[in-house]
Design a protein around this ligand. Structure first.
Ligand code: ATP
Ligand code: MG
Ligand code: ZN
Length: 549
């Protein structure tokens, strides 16, 4: 049989056939029934959601001599002539190729004439955002004083490119992304009509990949059918899409979360050896973490999830091991990787390097690990072997300066002092001026260059910060809040030591280094930490047992 693409063959013919856009179709049907249609409409929305289809239905519905409930009958002479494109009163224009002022002037000349055989002369202008500025102006003139018999239906995927003057003259309808279930059901119906057997799981995979666009889903289905198979199954769709199955994605995510570098590298190797696309794999991985986030944060998530029911249980299981911040961190890092991979000459190497970095990244947002550390601290204090070296590094292995936290024998009034040497140092604010930071600022590009030659990964991180201040021989470097992971990387002991070495060598100084987040007040921060520490110790021992010097 000569093959007509499924998405053309199954174009909705009435408003009621248009799936998932009832907010548009019901309104228009009512307007038709009440005879109060406007002269210009704009349909916007992502590709393949029914803009052109709805426009065509509209063109027939307003002219149909036998319309039912606002729908075209598709059988009367007028409907038929519009369907077979012989009706001269319905004009479809692709603005992508007819976008000049002349094209629109020509149109303006023609709209003056009455329709030949229909009630309305209908102009469907697709991709209307492609019109030139002059063409928009010419169109505006017509829209300002439209003749009674005229109906304009504009369609676009990019409504933001349309001048406000045009927008304000149109009734605007936004077509929505379609739900996975709606797409699946439509494909099921089509498959049964054309007598193709298909696994439900396969349809869900297709629908998940269509990203809300019915046409994309139908195109994938079409490709499966043209492969010549009578039965479409999950594996086949996987192969066709070049994606990996969800078990692999779940396994990869698990290995990433477990920071099992070896496993992750092996999986990547397998996947790529099977000829799968790295970009699709990465995309699936991001969608997987997104699904984890949805499962974690919403109750009735099945509709929002871009996956099949079988996966939901695994998602629930995996998401229970992670907290929301952690999942968000993975999404952010992987999305950044995805962007960079698109530009990389060797995306695989970059992908692997980035994954290792993600796995090694000390997660500063990991609330659960912080809680664990506080619990450890509390037990340590309770057991009497308190090990604190500074307020910033709560570490069991560093011996505490015993004289700082004393257990009082009797009740004495608590003197208002802080707990830690380093804090005390900061509090004895020296009169260092900010001037000396200029020295760093002036040499900053030089210092970065030296770091680049020493350790390029450190350079990549440090270039996102700026020297802001020197205080008590500590140089402060500030990161924008969006670079908190960069800051965490820079703050790693070996990185900090390397940076300190280069900086001091370069300037002949002996600065300590501290990284801060944008807008973080240095003094407040230290004081706050001190206060929190104080509170913590008092909480554990009780106020009357603790004396803080
Ligand atoms: N809401 C929908 N209900 C049923 N089928 C749809 C729907 N949207 C799209 N389709 C299917 O996709 C095909 C293309 O739809 P249509 O041309 O109307 O999309 P569009 O929004 O105009 O896309 P584009 O922005 O790419 O022009 C239709 O022929 C139909 O098979
Ligand atoms: Mg279209
Ligand atoms: Zn009709």
């Amino acid at each position: 049989m000569s093959h007509q693409a499924i998405y053309r063959k199954f174009r909705p013919k009435t408003f009621d056939d248009v799936i998932g856009q009832e907010h548009v179709t019901n309104t228009i049907k009512n307007q038709i029934l009440n005879n109060n249609i406007a002269h210009a409409y704009l349909f916007s929305g992502i590709r393949g959601t029914g803009k052109t289809s709805t426009a065509k239905i509209f063109a027939r519905a307003v002219n149909c001599i036998n319309s039912k409930d606002g729908n075209p009958c598709n059988e009367c002479e007028i409907c038929k002539s519009i369907l077979d494109e012989t009706n001269l009163d319905v004009i479809e224009m692709d603005a992508a190729s007819n976008n000049s002022v002349e094209d629109i002037r020509d149109l303006r000349e023609k709209v003056k004439f009455m329709p030949v055989r229909s009630k309305y002369k209908v102009y469907i202008i697709d991709e209307v955002h492609m019109l030139s500025k002059g063409a928009f102006n010419a169109l505006l003139k017509t829209l300002e004083e439209p003749p009674e018999h005229l109906l304009f239906i504009l369609a676009t995927t990019e409504p933001h490119k349309i001048p406000a003057t045009i927008l304000s003259r149109c009734q605007r309808f936004d077509l929505k992304r379609l739900l996975v279930n709606d797409i699946v059901n439509n494909m099921k119906k089509i498959c049964s009509e054309i007598d193709i057997e298909v696994e439900e799981k396969a349809l869900k995979l297709i629908a998940g990949n269509a990203d809300g666009a019915m046409r994309d889903a139908l195109s994938i289905l079409d490709r499966c059918i043209t492969f010549g198979y009578k039965k479409i199954d999950y594996e086949m769709v996987l192969n066709l899409l070049g994606t990996v199955n969800y078990e692999t994605i779940i396994k990869t995510a698990e290995a990433i979360v477990d920071k099992n570098i070896e496993n992750v590298m092996n999986i990547i190797d397998d996947v790529l050896n099977q000829g799968k696309e790295l970009t699709l794999f990465l995309e699936d991985l991001i969608v997987h973490f997104r699904n984890l986030l949805i499962v974690k944060t919403t109750k009735s998530s099945n509709n929002i999830l871009k996956t099949i029911d079988e996966v939901v249980e695994s998602l629930k299981k995996q998401s229970s091991k992670l907290d929301t911040d952690e999942i968000i961190m993975y999404i952010e890092e992987l999305s950044e990787t995805q962007l960079e991979c698109k530009r990389a000459l060797n995306p695989r190497v970059l992908f692997e390097a980035k994954l290792i970095k993600i796995m090694q990244n000390k997660n500063i947002n990991d609330v659960s690990s912080l809680i664990k550390r506080i619990e450890k601290l509390e037990t340590a204090i309770r057991d009497g072997n308190v090990t604190l070296s500074s307020a910033n590094s709560i570490n069991k292995n560093t011996p505490i300066k015993r004289q700082e936290v004393k257990l009082k024998k009797e009740n004495t009034k608590k003197p208002n002092k802080t707990t830690d040497d380093s804090i005390r140092e900061i509090k004895q604010v020296s009169s260092d001026t900010n001037n000396s930071v200029e020295q760093i600022k002036n040499s900053w590009s030089q210092i970065l260059k030296m770091i680049k030659s020493e350790k390029i990964s450190l350079y990549a991180v440090l270039r996102e910060c700026t020297p802001v201040k020197i205080k008590d021989n500590t140089a402060f470097f500030e990161f924008d809040t969006k670079f908190k992971f960069h800051m965490a990387a820079a703050d790693k002991d070996e990185n900090k030591a390397e940076f300190k070495k280069v900086l001091n060598n370069c300037l002949g100084t002996n600065y300590e280094i501290k990284f801060i987040q944008e807008n973080e007040n240095i003094d407040d921060n230290e004081e706050q930490i001190a206060e929190e520490m104080e509170k913590k110790v008092i909480e554990v021992f009780g106020e009357d047992l603790v004396e803080i010097e």
